[in-house]
Ligand binder design. Structure first.
Ligand code: WTA
Length: 654
């Protein structure tokens, strides 16, 4: 279908019901969904308790379902005991040990296949190795790895012995890694010599060394996987090669059964203020959410090949690469590299060659690949695909339609899934065998999820298409438990807005006449750049850390592919250079931020200015800066500006 056709059929009221063939085989049909919804309405605790007993294997059954005693620090299944790795691996050994667990492809083209038996063995060997290093239950382990099977093995090995992992995305800088190591107080870092990404080698060990050299006293050991073969410096007494560590370890390791509330992992994410916060997830409730939603939303069956393209450094890679699909006994695909290597057909080539049936990716990737033209996917046989998903940011209807028609051949349901690091699992999404989809809407909450939209005073917004705060009224098992080391911040960020009455997601949304949810975006100072959350303040702090920078203000502007781009206004110490000197300095500042935070935070635009627009009380006028960055007419009242003449400079005209 040509682009013109796509545009002409763009109407928000287009609706795509699932086709009869899909409905007939779907795990959840209309009748099953109604029954689940009625059950959740009638008795929410009983609803979740039943699922927790059916879906998870408990070492010690729980007697209490939900403990509201310290609300909003809710506790689920608290006196039950289980092990997450047992639930992802051991439970499958009796019935399908030889089923493929992981189909891996490296960026250079190397490939591997691990059955559930092999994955179990590798996880046990590493778990034994970690124990030999003195790591035990409750210890924090930071994982800084490329997207190779060992990343999942490391996470599962931690879970097996009750250690709490914190995965740091391999694209983050040494600085960001250091901050996270320090906040977790990790005893161990698991990394690799490097990884392949975008045709380059990303030197992870070097970054890890730099991070640890800078005040990470808690780190006693570093385990290093050999991936690229590039030479690295090994520090005697501290560093061990992964292969040496596991060489003599047995491939059996009894799991450490932990309480359901035992932290499974910490994952750092950006907020509007301060440093990234360590979102703490539980073992029992989290795993239940990840497993159930994998089965419900992706309709997973035994013969499915499921590919979620997210890196394990993000929550999507936790819930839909490492935990959910393995708990569900699925075959997953892992790909190490960039979608553009060797050309923009890599994703489609992998889908074809590995027989991917369910594919889950981000709108930013869809938009980037769409731009390359329809003939690239047309070169590949995508007929095995039966379901497509998206996550991370609002998807524009044009990209949604392209995904459905060009990638899905018009036959695959598209599930637009709304959720967050904090929710642990998908919350609002179509169920592919039931829900009619609309391009750009994540449709309706899943069973057991009481999502709503409220106004400033917390009253439900019932008017069609009127925006408000997206909130969740009732606790759910996979919800974040706290912010590591800062429960007050957890309460302030997610619960204070409406006096603890409901969880505030930080997104605005509206509903249409069918009650479908449309996510409009963040209401705080959080940017969503290519599906990655970034606090404007983080980028501002990185900028002012540069010796030449006195002050900085960062806003977002719409970007065709990344969704949002980073626009920074910078006030220098001393004179403002012009011409080539200004261009050189802005380049230096962009590189500086990439070095401080990681390449994803590199500002797209930097505008040097003598002043920032401030009200008389000294507040930066962010809305004004946003309008200017977007090239919009200025509608704000500028009469309160301390220095109205700076408007021309901010527009880049002075
Ligand atoms: C946004 C990613 C629109 C939203 C799983 C949310 C979305 C933030 C969608 C969480 C979607 C996620 N439609 N917006 N389907 N999914 N978002 O923590 O603003 O990296 O608050 O979790 O991404 O980002 P996070």
């Amino acid at each position: 279908m040509s682009r013109d056709n796509l545009d002409s059929i763009l109407r928000e009221d287009r609706k795509f019901p699932p086709d009869a063939g899909f409905i007939g085989k779907a795990r959840i049909n209309r009748v099953a969904l109604s029954a689940m919804q009625a059950h959740a309405e009638r008795n929410l605790e009983e609803f979740w308790a039943g699922l927790a007993r059916e879906e998870l294997s408990w070492h010690r059954p729980f007697s209490e379902v939900l403990d509201r005693g310290q609300a909003p620090n809710f506790r689920w299944f608290a006196d039950g005991e289980l092990n997450a790795s047992w639930n992802c691996l051991d439970v499958h050994l009796a019935t399908h040990a030889e089923r493929t667990a992981i189909l891996f492809e490296g960026e250079p083209g190397d490939s591997r296949r691990l059955t559930y038996r092999e994955l179990h063995g590798e996880v046990c060997r590493l778990a034994n190795g970690l124990k030999a290093l003195g790591i035990g239950s409750g210890d924090r382990v930071v994982i800084y790895m490329p997207m190779v099977p060992e990343a999942v093995i490391a996470m599962q090995a931690c879970a097996r012995i009750g250690a709490v992992h914190s995965v740091v995305f391999g694209g983050f800088s040494a600085h960001s890694l250091r901050d996270r190591i320090q906040d977790t107080g990790a005893r161990l870092v698991i990394t690799a010599d490097g990884g392949h990404r975008g045709g380059k080698v990303i030197e992870l060990k070097a970054a890890a060394d730099k991070a640890v050299a800078d005040g990470c006293d808690t780190v006693e050991a570093m385990v290093v996987l050999r991936r690229t073969g590039a030479p690295v410096a090994m520090q005697p007494g501290r560093d061990t090669w992964w292969s040496d560590l596991v060489a003599d370890q047995p491939d059996q390791c009894p799991p450490v059964f932990v309480g359901a509330e035992h932290p499974l992992f910490l994952l750092y994410t950006s907020g509007s203020t301060g440093k990234p916060k360590g979102i703490q997830h539980s073992t029992g409730g989290y795993l239940l959410g990840a497993k159930l939603t994998t089965k419900w939303v992706f309709d997973l069956r035994e013969d499915d090949v499921f590919w979620c393209t997210a890196d394990v450094g993000w929550i999507t890679g936790h819930s839909y690469v490492c935990y959910g699909p393995l708990a569900a006994g699925a075959t997953i695909v892992m790909y190490e590299g960039a979608p553009s290597v060797p050309d923009g057909g890599r994703f489609w080539s992998i889908c074809e060659r590995l027989g991917v049936t369910v594919f889950y990716t981000a709108p930013t990737a869809i938009r980037a690949l769409m731009k390359l033209g329809d003939d690239i996917p047309a070169r590949h046989d995508l007929s095995r695909l039966r379901l497509l998903g998206t996550v991370g940011e609002p998807i524009n209807p044009e990209a949604w339609m392209w995904y459905r028609d060009v990638i899905g051949g018009g036959r695959c349901p598209v599930v637009d899934t709304w959720w967050q690091t904090e929710t642990g699992a998908i919350m609002i999404s179509p169920l592919p065998g039931v829900t009619s989809t609309k391009p750009g809407s994540c449709t309706l909450p899943l069973p057991g999820v009481f999502a709503d939209i409220v106004d400033e005073s917390g009253e439900p917004v019932t008017d069609e298409n009127k925006g408000g705060y997206l909130v969740i009224r009732e606790p759910w098992p996979s919800m974040a438990r706290t912010i590591w080391g800062d429960n007050q911040r957890y309460l302030d960020t997610y619960w204070a807005r409406f006096d603890g009455r409901f969880y505030t997601a930080g997104d605005s949304a509206h509903r249409d006449r069918d009650g479908y949810f449309w996510i409009m975006g963040r209401i705080d100072d959080v940017l969503n750049v290519a599906g990655h959350r970034l606090g404007t303040m983080e980028v501002e702090s990185a900028l002012v850390a540069h010796p030449r920078v006195a002050e900085a203000a960062v806003v977002g502007r719409p970007h065709e592919i990344k969704g949002e781009a980073i626009f920074a206004y910078v006030v220098l110490r001393g004179d403002r250079p012009m011409g080539a000197a200004a261009a050189a300095l802005t380049e230096e500042l962009r590189a500086w931020v990439a070095e401080e935070l990681g390449a994803i935070a590199r500002p797209d635009d930097i505008r040097l200015t003598d002043n920032l627009p401030k009200t008389r009380s000294g507040k930066i006028m962010r809305r004004l800066l946003r309008s200017i960055a977007r090239g919009e007419e200025i509608s704000q009242d500028t009469s309160t500006l301390e220095n109205p003449s700076i408007l021309d400079q901010l527009r880049g005209e002075g």
